[in-house]
Write a protein that binds this ligand. Structure first.
Ligand SMILES: [Zn+2]
Length: 618
């Protein structure tokens, strides 16, 4: 009987999981042929796009991104940068000053659907297309396009001739179908940041002068003809000769490439299933890049073990010369830095292969799920690579606290392009997003978060997970109800502030009164250190969690009754006398982002605590 019940429970669970994870998504298959003119910085391309509508909806229109059109005076990106109070110093008013030969553009020469010419309109960075034939559910249509484009002088991410002297950083360079998902079309104008794309396969042929070394998303199909570090034997090319590079990239949602005449190209094995390629300028950088390479390899090993196996056979770290940005199977990073800086940006961008590259969250809507989760994992990897440095997770918490104090904070649900300030976007997405996971680890326990994140990766890879999808995974993994955490910490700018209000001696015992002054409730670890060197954690679950974590972080844990969130105070008793007590601390692990930690300690201290070390569990 028990077995039968268990079997029934398992079946129900499997059905729930698969029903949720089988959420439909569209599919693209691109074939592009591009002829590149490195004198004029222009290119002509053809694009055959096979589009599969897996939705239950009939589509009357489709939309493409034309990102390069953002790099024109008067574009929305230009005006946004000139009117926001804290513009990105790399952009500022630079777009407004571009001359016609320096701007970027993508021009559509022709567009057909299943051979029939289409009507379309270019509206800034979006191509609006009226279909000749409706796209019925579960049907496949072919779009044939001819386009011409000009590479802008590099302003951000994409472009030519940047500060570090890289010839071409070719991100967001082709007309790209916008994503249509269960929430509808996402034809966002390109303002500044964050992307979202349709899963599919790319087959790209790039023809350009043979003197360039090309780095790209995807596997090179003709290495013996190309050479340039892709084949074992050296291949000689004639001056003025043009080469066609043929790449394929399966199961990705974007395709990026870069080209430079002075790229060094190193290939380093992570293991039998993964090669890392490094492209950087052959000058003073050689030493620092060579030092960085084995650390980048270690990053992949740590990530594979902790967050799930990177599913491609290749990853390329490419000097792009401007900040750092993640792309499918590759990253473009700034190359001239000291070792710590270079490793830090490489690790961050490489980790985006998990949070964005494989878990293709809509970054525009949920930037924190890719920037924040990447920062959380980066903090873990960096503390393994550089153990002597300050705990980076704590740095994220401090930066979040400073944002709260500034009064500029906006909820994590804000669209990435719509934050009032760049500062509020950055700290919300990177720092508060990292705090979100670190604090979730505090709520459900370290083991459950780790196994939950692996399960999240394995169940949602090559899909578009949203915040609720992660919530359900962590709920199933921990057995706790977590609505309240997502509602308050993601949906609002409510903050956490607990304090120790009173500690008094009472007939040989000690009475403690805690208070909640912040609006957001949390479960509490209240750790008492006794003068005899022992330690006891008084754990107070939040009633709404409908359960408690099981974390063996402290020598002894005493489970106290739930705290219902509306009560501003909570009292409990310690079985030992006040004179036995050395110190009482709320969450000494400092994973809870209490915005005012000063009142978290008895006897009170007005400075922040040094990193707490738990007495080893015996
Ligand atoms: Zn990032």
């Amino acid at each position: 009987m028990k077995l039968k019940l268990l079997a029934l429970a398992l079946t129900t669970m499997t059905l729930t999981v698969s029903a949720q994870n089988d959420r439909w998504q569209q599919r693209v298959k691109y074939q592009m042929n591009v002829d590149f003119d490195a004198i004029k910085h222009q290119y002509k391309g053809t694009q055959k796009l096979v589009y599969t509508n897996n939705s239950p909806d009939t589509l009357q229109k489709v939309f493409y991104h034309l990102y390069l059109n953002a790099f024109q005076p008067g574009s929305q990106m230009d005006v946004r940068s000139r009117t926001i109070s804290d513009p990105d110093p790399r952009v500022k008013d630079r777009i407004s000053k571009l001359s016609p030969s320096e701007i970027g553009y993508e021009k559509i020469i022709s567009l057909k659907q299943n051979g029939k010419p289409l009507k379309y309109e270019v509206v800034g960075t979006i191509l609006e297309v009226t279909l000749a034939e409706k796209i019925l559910p579960k049907s496949q249509h072919t779009f044939d396009m001819e386009f011409e484009a000009q590479v802008p002088v590099q302003i951000r991410r994409t472009g030519r001739n940047n500060n570090e002297g890289i010839d071409y950083s070719m991100a967001q360079w082709y007309p790209k179908m916008c994503e249509y998902d269960y929430e509808g079309w996402h034809a966002n104008p390109y303002i500044a940041r964050e992307f979202y794309g349709v899963w599919g396969d790319f087959d790209v042929k790039l023809t350009l002068d043979a003197s360039y070394v090309v780095a790209a998303t995807g596997y090179l199909q003709n290495p013996e003809k190309i050479g340039h570090g892709y084949s074992k034997k050296e291949v000689k090319h004639k001056a003025g000769e043009k080469l066609t590079w043929h790449f394929i990239a399966p199961e990705v949602h974007d395709f990026m490439w870069a080209a430079d005449r002075d790229y060094a190209h190193d290939v380093v094995k992570v293991d039998d299933n993964l090669d890392m390629h490094f492209f950087y300028q052959t000058d003073t950088l050689v030493n620092v890049w060579k030092e960085m390479e084995p650390l980048a390899v270690r990053c992949f090993k740590i990530m594979n073990a902790k967050f799930g196996r990177y599913p491609y056979k290749q990853f390329s770290v490419i000097q792009g010369g401007d900040g750092g940005m993640e792309y499918a199977m590759a990253t473009l990073i700034v190359g001239r830095q000291n070792l710590h800086g270079l490793v830090s940006v490489t690790v961050h961008e490489a980790i985006h292969s998990w949070f964005q590259g494989v878990l293709g969250t809509n970054e525009s809507k949920y930037g924190w799920m890719d920037e924040g989760f990447t920062t959380y994992a980066q903090n873990i990897v960096m503390s393994e690579l550089f153990p002597s440095k300050l705990d980076a997770q704590r740095g994220s918490t401090m930066s979040y606290r400073n944002l709260v104090k500034s009064g500029l904070e906006e909820p994590l649900t804000t669209h990435a392009d719509h934050f009032n300030t760049n500062r509020a976007y950055s700290i919300a997405s990177y720092s508060k997003g990292a705090v979100f996971l670190n604090q979730l680890e505090y709520i459900v326990g370290k083991d459950k978060l780790e196994s939950g994140m692996k399960r999240y990766f394995n169940e949602w890879k090559f899909k578009h997970p949203n915040p609720n999808d992660l919530k359900r995974i962590i709920e199933k993994e921990s057995g706790l109800e977590l609505d309240w955490y997502w509602e308050d910490f993601v949906g609002t700018a409510k903050t956490i502030d607990y304090g120790i209000k009173e500690v008094v001696s009472n007939a040989g015992k000690t009475d403690v009164v805690l208070e909640r002054t912040g609006q957001m409730p949390m479960p509490l670890d209240v750790v008492v250190s006794y003068k005899d060197g022992s330690q006891e954690n008084f754990y107070i679950p939040l009633e709404m969690m409908r359960g408690e974590k099981n974390e063996k972080l402290y020598t002894k844990t005493t489970l106290l009754p739930d705290w219902g969130w509306t009560y501003p105070e909570y009292a409990f008793s310690i079985e030992r006398g006040l004179t036995d007590i050395e110190r009482i601390v709320i969450d000494p692990s400092q994973r809870m982002a209490d915005i005012n930690p000063d009142n978290n300690t008895y006897p009170s201290i007005s400075r922040e605590l040094p990193r707490f070390k738990a007495v080893p569990v015996k």
